[in-house]
Ligand binder design. Structure first.
Ligand SMILES: Nc1ncnc2c1ncn2[C@@H]1O[C@H](COP(=O)(O)OP(=O)(O)OP(=O)(O)O)[C@@H](O)[C@H]1O
Length: 440
């Protein structure tokens, strides 16, 4: 096969891969009904956590490895290898998933077939952006309810800008709990940008049997959240807010020995935050990262979005009230929602079907103004929680019941006021060491 035929056929493979995910997600709008919370107090504030817990010097002085070099090639050569598409020396094997921006393929290195990698392929000028604009208009008019796991990005930028930002952020990351970017193939003559990443073969975290019942044991949840906390702590230390933490963006390694944070499509990097967190000056100021206005735009998956992101839906909000700052606390909230999902097999803020199905507006209103409920049992192993207001006091023999500890932790993660929400440092050093993470 000559090169142009290979490219045509490759393009049609890619076209197929890049079909609009909204079509899929909007077909299935059968969001299971959940009882509305009977406890409607909008500002449930935890009272027992010591807010001013002394900061642990071992935690503040985190040491991380410097990011490895990410190579960028400005030439993409398409060919076929044993009937498969080959891009430079990477042979595509199978598609492992589609996202908002592109498709991710499992591939191997033709020069070293044992080297299995993932390649994310994104079209620079994606017709999806146009469709997204149309969908957005429809949604705003209340015509298309959004599903709760599809991220919103307020304000359409070009796909190319988005992907460049994602790449610039990923280049800064080098941590065992964050997916690694190795190489970028960015050929101006080619309509796609290719990102070669480490391959995570264990798939996204699955947490429900489809019937709002959890499938993970509490011990598994503990391990997953522990990994997510370590990865997130690293990101925050680098000045990165992920903005789309959810089970679908936590991916198992092939042998299921750890979970890594993926998908930096809506992440935000701030030099100021990085300096504040780590005293580190960057010499490579990538202009695409300097756009602080991006932080003002709404981003994240609706069910995981923090109240401060959609603050205007809060009861009592008035025009002219100033918008709360968007900080790393939005990731902590999303982590709380994630923990809830893993423990209970469903998301915590689910308005009743008739309420939800009107528009996504109602979903945000629910997040801002309603409390979550605690089922009586958590995990596949059905460990008692002690209920929504369980108190994690020590028993006489000094033991603490696991259920109340978890509920208490959820309470701190899902604190509506971002200023009072628990920090990762507090999760680690507080007496709520559910995850067994050593401060050192
Ligand atoms: N390094 C990787 N190894 C294996 N699978 C991956 C890897 N990165 C992403 N995936 C999978 O590919 C799919 C698409 O990933 P991608 O990051 O493009 O999604 P996305 O654009 O973030 O999607 P969404 O915006 O809907 O969350 C996901 O289902 C994810 O599980």
């Amino acid at each position: 096969m000559n090169q142009s035929t290979a490219r045509d056929s490759f393009d049609s493979d890619v076209d197929d891969a890049l079909h609009d995910p909204y079509i899929d997600s909007d077909v299935d709008l059968d969001i299971p009904y959940a009882e509305p919370s009977t406890y409607n107090h909008p500002q449930v504030q935890p009272t027992t956590f010591p807010r001013n817990a002394p900061s642990n010097p071992a935690v503040s002085a985190l040491q991380y490895l410097e990011p490895g070099n990410v190579t960028t090639y400005d030439r993409a050569d398409m060919s076929r290898q044993d009937g498969r598409v080959m891009i430079n020396h990477y042979v595509l094997e199978s598609m492992v998933g589609r996202g908002q921006h592109g498709a991710v393929w499992k591939c191997h290195d033709h020069l070293n077939p044992n080297k299995i990698l993932a390649m994310k392929i994104v079209k620079r000028d994606n017709p999806k952006a146009k469709r997204e604009r149309q969908y957005k208009r429809l949604r705003q008019q209340g015509g298309i309810p959004r599903t709760e796991h599809v991220p919103v990005v307020d304000g359409i930028r070009t796909v190319e800008q988005d992907i460049r930002k994602e790449i610039a952020i990923m280049k800064k990351c080098f941590h065992p709990h964050v997916v690694r970017l190795y190489e970028v193939i960015d050929d101006r003559k080619n309509e796609c940008i290719h990102m070669v990443m480490e391959y995570l073969g264990g798939g996204e975290i699955k947490y429900t049997n489809g019937n709002q019942k959890p499938i993970l044991k509490v011990e598994q949840t503990r391990r997953i959240l522990r990994d997510a906390i370590l990865g997130l702590e690293y990101l925050h230390h680098q000045g990165i807010i992920h903005r789309d933490i959810k089970p679908g963006n936590l991916i198992w390694t092939t042998n299921h020995d750890r979970v890594k944070i993926a998908d930096f499509g809506t992440a935000h990097f701030s030099y100021a935050r990085r300096l504040a967190a780590s005293d580190k000056q960057d010499e490579d100021e990538d202009p695409i990262l300097l756009d602080e206005t991006a932080l003002a735009k709404k981003a994240g998956s609706p069910a995981f979005i923090a109240p401060e992101t959609v603050w205007e839906y809060t009861n009592g909000w008035q025009i002219g009230d100033s918008r709360p700052p968007i900080t790393k606390a939005i990731d902590i909230w999303a982590l709380g929602v994630t923990l809830y999902c893993l423990l209970f097999g469903k998301t915590p803020f689910r308005p009743p079907r008739e309420y939800y199905s009107l528009t996504e507006w109602n979903g945000y209103h629910w997040v801002c103004n309603h409390d979550w409920r605690a089922p009586s049992k958590m995990g596949f192993d059905e460990i008692p929680t002690g209920g929504r207001h369980a108190d994690p006091e020590e028993d006489e023999d000094g033991t603490v019941q696991e259920g109340p500890v978890v509920i208490h932790l959820l309470d701190h993660l899902l604190t509506k006021d971002y200023d009072l929400r628990i920090t990762l440092e507090e999760v680690k050093v507080g007496r709520l060491k559910f995850f067994g993470i050593s401060p050192c």
